[in-house]
Design a binder for this molecule. Structure first.
Ligand SMILES: NC(=O)c1ccc[n+]([C@@H]2O[C@H](COP(=O)([O-])OP(=O)(O)OC[C@H]3O[C@@H](n4cnc5c(N)ncnc54)[C@H](OP(=O)(O)O)[C@@H]3O)[C@@H](O)[C@H]2O)c1
Length: 184
């Protein structure tokens, strides 16, 4: 008798954001993050994006700044109205799904993907955090204060404990890239 076992590697789920000192991830009502994030953050994010085989975003983030998949990249856009996006799949590289975050994570874990980049926005981040599905938060903090705008998470009751892994100053103005592990 043969026993055929599958070795599943742990898929890292990384939440990535750029925010201001007052925790804003959009400037007022504008969806254009690149209009205020530093060139150093943009260069770092561009590298990270290109090397991420698998990235997940919310429908509003997709509509805010239509993205182009990098070579070999698979992008999942989460929406409860996936049928509306027929024809926007960019040759199969962009997928629109109404799966829950838990179902999505399970599916890609079973495909042995090493890493899932969760690139916002706040509503999606909240769902993944509520589900206990985030391993690390990679947060760029820009030394700016906007007063008004989206937060890192949606207004909801959360209680997430994190622990600093590393901290790097990206430029003279003091843009900080801080990486945190979610304490589970
Ligand atoms: N500073 C940064 O790093 C950063 C990063 C990303 C985005 N942003 C900004 O954030 C804004 C968008 O953020 P947002 O919070 O409004 O929207 P979002 O999180 O990008 O998208 C929310 C939408 O995702 C869909 N969705 C499907 N399943 C979901 C689930 N389980 N949980 C939550 N959403 C689910 C729903 O779309 P349907 O209504 O279609 O069902 C929902 O309305 C944009 O302005 C963008 O530029 C900033």
């Amino acid at each position: 008798m043969f026993y055929c076992g599958l070795l599943l590697l742990k898929m890292e789920k990384i939440l990535v954001f750029v925010s201001t000192l007052d925790g804003k991830t959009t400037k007022w009502d504008s969806p254009l993050v690149r209009s205020w994030s530093s060139p150093e953050d943009q260069a770092y994010f561009s590298r990270l994006w290109k090397e991420s085989e698998l990235a997940v975003i919310g429908r509003s983030t997709f509509e805010a700044d239509p993205i182009k998949p990098a070579k070999g990249q698979h992008i999942v856009v989460m929406t409860r109205n996936a049928h509306k996006y027929a024809g926007k799949e960019a040759g199969g590289q962009i997928e629109f799904t109404d799966e829950s975050p838990k179902q999505l994570v399970k599916r890609f874990e079973q495909l042995n993907k090493p890493r899932m980049l969760i690139a916002g926005g706040a509503h999606l981040a909240t769902s993944f955090l509520q589900g206990g599905l985030i391993d690390e938060l990679w947060l760029t903090i820009e030394p700016k204060i906007f007063g008004s705008g989206n937060g890192l998470v949606a207004r909801d009751k959360l209680d997430i404990q994190l622990k600093l892994i590393s901290c790097e100053k990206l430029n003279d103005a003091g843009t900080i890239l801080a990486k945190y592990a979610v304490v589970k």
